[in-house]
Design a binder for this molecule. Structure first.
Ligand code: AMP
Length: 226
């Protein structure tokens, strides 16, 4: 079967993480979420983490050259041979160009970019209520997915906190950054006929169904092209 090289695009809080994890199980492909990779680096106090933290805490993007190398290594690794799911990358036009260049070098290309579309108001509602566990990064929501005991992770019992970048002023900044730096990629990929739009306002299950239908169509198109 042809490889499946996917990008999940959309504002923070659009559900890319939730859908990415499901897709990873459905498709058995590696899932690379740059936000998770960077947060793990901050937790482990690696050089990457020390460099990224100051930007992340402000809701700014880390510099392109820092993140491009991290993702380039992963998509070139043997585990990504049959494809991959990228979440949170690319986030700027130079990152998209670097991804194109890396894939070209590997003799590969993107299969599709799934845009998960939600409004700014919905983003604020979703991210403002998000609680993340300090130990494993497990995510809950005060309204949509509350933990059994307030402030405690169901999975590992550690404390639930509001991530620095889920604080209201930082959410506003992240949205601004999305509109300014990342939204131009919608056009970038649309012009290359790679963009598939998904309505992210629906419940997670329904969004997952839309994605599955979109991927089924893509598979048919790939088969016809062979
Ligand atoms: P996320 O969990 O995807 O919202 O990412 C959290 C933070 O990590 C972002 O606000 C950025 O500071 C940083 N980050 C994640 N992915 C990227 C990227 N592709 N380029 C630059 N910064 C990123």
């Amino acid at each position: 079967m042809a490889e499946l090289n996917l990008v999940l695009l959309g504002p923070p809080g659009s559900g890319k993480g939730t859908q990415g994890e499901r897709l990873q199980e459905d498709l058995r492909l590696p899932y690379y979420a740059t936000g998770d990779i960077l947060r793990a680096a901050v937790r482990d106090e690696t050089e990457l983490g020390r460099e990224a933290k100051q930007y992340m805490d402000r809701g700014d993007l880390v510099p392109d050259e820092v993140i491009v190398g991290v993702i380039g290594e992963r998509i070139a690794s043997p585990e990504a041979r049959d494809g991959f799911i990228l979440d949170g990358f690319p986030r700027t036009t130079p990152q998209a160009e670097a991804l194109d260049a890396k894939l070209r070098e590997l003799g590969r290309a993107l299969t599709a970019v799934l845009l998960i579309d939600v409004t700014d108001d919905e983003v604020v509602r979703r991210l403002g209520g998000r609680r993340t566990c300090v130990e494993g990064g497990h995510v809950f929501h005060v309204e949509f997915n509350p933990p059994r005991t307030e402030g405690v992770c169901d999975i590992d019992g550690s404390e639930l906190i509001v991530r620095d970048d889920d604080k209201p002023e930082v959410i506003r900044k992240r949205l601004e950054t999305y509109h300014e730096k990342t939204e131009p990629l919608v056009d970038y990929y649309d012009r290359r006929s790679l963009l598939r739009r998904i309505d992210g306002a629906a419940a997670p299950e329904a969004v997952g169904d839309q994605i599955r239908r979109t991927l089924a169509t893509l598979r048919l198109e790939q088969d016809e092209a062979v």
